[in-house]
Design a protein around this ligand. Structure first.
Ligand code: ZN
Ligand code: ZN
Length: 759
């Protein structure tokens, strides 16, 4: 069970209908009564109203859905629990089994469930924990085998629902509509209970996800008083890399040092680090440093060594309890962790929290910072910026963090590229009739017509049918990797090392690429695109490789536009053609280019959505006269703006791409495009269009604030540039953005109530 921090809310009496067994088990865990927000959400669900509970991490969302779920099971109903990952579902199953509720037959159903166990789950389990992938590939296509469970289905729990964003969110939205349709066939109408981290407009987001009216229940997750919040930018070092750009001290090195120094002063500290390997190295370095700071310090385990630990996902409940206890007692002074800690560990009441790199959203930042603060003592939170435009912007603009509402979740349920395959899967489950069109939304009729034209569906008098031999569910790629992932195989041994997404294969595992896998270096001998295999061999080349590509973008259909004085802003659909044409060899130590090899790879085309802006020819001419190098200025503005879009669209910079050109054939002007990196669009570019004035003003400020002379990774250089970060003109970018923004609306766009207001 998640436990609640007492300062977070009021308690409420147990609703009378909650099974006595659940009440006594929860009391045995030390929780006397539910929190008011838990009880409120539970009452909605009990009354048949779908509900989303959106609160901070440590506020015990699981009890909210467990109350109605346990009551339903006691009455002979069933519950379907969906988690975004297999690991989280397994975690919840473990917690549920520890409760030992009499009569509840809880079971997991995922790719690892043994075949012989599956039949038992289908027939006898009344609380099934699974993930969207299994629902899509295994449960819905075989709904007849699940008839007994589906007929009695009372609740669908959608846990961690804020993780369904971007294209993945669009897939899950379609999947939940398919589930509702299949349930209707068995005459059940389950109530949806969603649990989410704190997000803006949770009710509206939930309604778009499930396609039903959803009540929202929120609890105050804002940070408590008495906290010092420090924004910390690591200093530039003497070292340089690409194009002479100065190198900042790594954020993880700063985190390790701070962790050690705080621990040396007996300040109990938790450090959040983005990657698992990073967390381990921070713990290790901090332990060594602590030993230096306190030689012969506290007895045992080499002074500092044993008093700082790394936390990994997948710990058993008993391990977690031990860690919790050691931190509480002060036996353990420091813990470095990835965000895995968010999953069901009760670690709060610390003195300090270090947040290494932007955790993605303001909501996550507050949750992480909220771990610090005990017994009314003053607490410390430190945000340590990584070498990244977004982090740089935030340390210079605290107003973008403080006093702002948390974000909403962005996805587009009407993405035609997502909807099409789900309509095929739906038709294979049960023929799609006219009456189903409303369920699948306004994009459905056109999508169905196209599927008929492509020969995927057949239209008969009473609806649309799937008549092909293949499994329709194989058409949809839920995790949105855009094609078959390429398997990486060691050529001599045939050992499978891993895989990369189809979209990234051309640039990361092309012939001759240096490929890193768990600290080992390999050289790609051959990339076989037909079989989706890259053959590699161990090697230690004295260089790294960097793919070079050309990207062309064409406007397919402009959807919206507005004038910013002589400049203009647009949103619409585009066709992006990407081709990796060569790779550069760079000295492994200095990063200096030492050679280039051509590649012969086919172009890849992506139909997606983009936001783009232009300046008028006269404006461009004036800039040119002032000596601005326009291609470098536009390119630099593009990179920086991509780095900052995540602040406005809850995406990752790797989810979006960009193209800049001095004269684009479709606009006839200097144009900068920013597009969604997945087919059909993910809603991010649209969000950029809606927040453009704020977003591009922030971009300008970011470039101006970075103290590097001509550009660095903290401002205008991009780690994924297909042009080797060339050309880039930092001061020119400022002049270009000034010109663009001169005609932009002054008023700050308010955070819209919903993610994407209707067009
Ligand atoms: Zn810079
Ligand atoms: Zn670039």
């Amino acid at each position: 069970m998640e436990r609640v921090d007492v300062r977070e809310g009021r308690t409420a009496p147990w609703p009378a209908w909650v099974p006595e067994a659940l009440v006594s088990r929860v009391r045995a865990e030390g929780i006397d009564a539910p929190w008011a927000h838990q009880a409120e959400a539970a009452e909605h669900a009990r009354a048949g109203r779908s509900v989303i509970i959106a609160t901070g991490t440590a506020s015990g969302k699981s009890l909210a859905y467990l109350m109605p779920a346990a009551a339903a099971v006691e009455e002979g109903g069933t519950v379907l629990y969906l988690a975004p990952t297999k690991a989280l579902a397994a975690d919840q199953l473990r917690a549920l089994r520890e409760l030992e509720l009499p009569g509840m037959r809880a079971a997991g159903y995922d790719g690892d469930t043994p075949f012989e166990e599956r039949a038992w789950v289908r027939r006898h389990a009344d609380y099934v924990l699974t993930n969207p992938d299994m629902l899509h590939h295994a449960i819905l296509p075989q709904h007849r085998a699940w008839a007994s469970m589906l007929r009695r289905l009372r609740y669908v729990v959608v846990d961690e629902s804020h993780r369904y964003r971007g294209v993945f969110g669009s897939h899950v939205a379609a999947l939940l509509r398919r589930l509702r349709r299949v349930c209707a066939r068995y005459r059940s109408e389950p109530v949806f209970v969603l649990a989410s981290a704190t997000i803006a407009a949770p009710g509206a987001v939930a309604e778009r996800l499930v396609g039903l009216p959803v009540r929202e229940v929120t609890a105050d997750g804002s940070p408590r008083g008495g906290k010092d919040f420090v924004l910390w930018e690591p200093p530039l070092t003497e070292k340089t890399r690409e194009r002479g750009a100065p190198v900042r001290r790594p954020a993880t090195a700063e985190a390790a040092e701070l962790l050690a120094e705080l621990a040396a002063d007996e300040v109990r500290t938790l450090a959040f680090v983005r990657s698992r390997r990073g967390a381990e190295s921070v713990a290790l370095e901090a332990g060594e440093r602590l030993a230096e700071l306190r030689p012969g310090g506290p007895a045992g385990e080499g002074a500092g060594g044993g008093r700082i630990a790394a936390y990994r996902a997948g710990y058993l409940a008993s391990d977690r309890r031990r860690l919790e206890a050691e931190l509480r007692s002060g036996e353990l002074l420091g813990l470095a962790t990835t965000n895995a800690l968010e999953l069901g560990v009760d670690i709060s009441g610390l003195d300090a929290v270090l947040i290494t790199g932007w955790p993605g959203t303001r909501a996550s930042l507050w949750q992480q910072a909220g771990r610090a603060g005990r017994d009314g003592r003053r607490a410390l939170a430190v945000f340590i910026a990584r070498d990244d435009p977004l982090d740089t912007y935030l340390v210079h603009h605290p107003d973008a963090v403080f006093g702002r509402p948390v974000e909403t979740t962005v996805f587009d349920p009407d993405n035609p590229y997502v909807l099409g395959p789900h309509l095929c899967a739906a038709a294979a489950e049960l023929p799609v009739g006219e009456a189903d069109l409303e369920l699948f939304g306004p994009a459905a009729p056109a999508a169905l017509a196209e599927l008929v034209e492509r020969g995927l569906l057949r239209r008969r008098s009473n609806g649309w049918y799937w008549t092909r031999r293949e499994r329709a569910s194989d058409l949809a790629d839920l995790r949105g990797s855009g094609g078959t992932p390429v398997q990486i195989v060691e050529a001599d041994s045939g050992v499978l090392l891993g895989s990369v997404d189809a979209a990234a294969a051309h640039s990361t595992v092309h012939e001759g690429a240096v490929y890193l896998h768990q600290g080992e270096t390999y050289l790609v001998r051959r990339l076989d695109l037909d079989d989706a295999i890259a053959l590699v061999e161990p090697a230690r080349p004295p260089y790294s490789t960097w793919a070079r590509g050309v990207t062309r973008i064409e406007v397919a259909e402009p959807v919206r536009e507005c004038a910013w004085g002589e400049a203009s802003l647009h949103f619409g659909t585009v066709r992006v053609t990407d081709q990796v044409v060569a790779y550069q060899l760079r000295d492994a130590a200095t990063g200096t280019p030492v050679g280039e090899e051509p590649l012969d790879l086919p172009p890849r085309t992506l139909h997606t959505r983009a936001c783009w802006w232009t300046v008028a020819p006269e404006q461009a001419e004036r800039l040119r006269e002032e000596g601005v190098e326009l291609p470098g200025a536009a390119h630099a503005a593009e990179h920086a703006s991509i780095g900052l879009l995540p602040l406005f669209a809850t995406c990752d910079r790797w989810d979006i791409g960009g193209v800049s050109t001095e004269a684009h054939p479709d606009t006839g002007r200097l144009t900068v495009f920013v597009y969604d990196g997945q087919a059909g669009g993910a809603g991010f570019a649209e969000r950029g269009y809606l927040r453009a004035a704020d977003w591009l003003r922030a971009t300008r400020a970011l470039i101006a604030d970075c103290e590097c002379p001509t550009g660095c990774p903290s401002c205008i250089q991009s780690p994924k540039c297909g042009n080797g970060n060339e050309p880039l003109d930092k001061s020119g970018a400022l002049r270009l953005l000034d010109t663009l923004l001169a005609g932009a609306p002054d008023v700050t766009t308010p955070e819209p109530e919903t993610a994407q207001p209707a067009a």
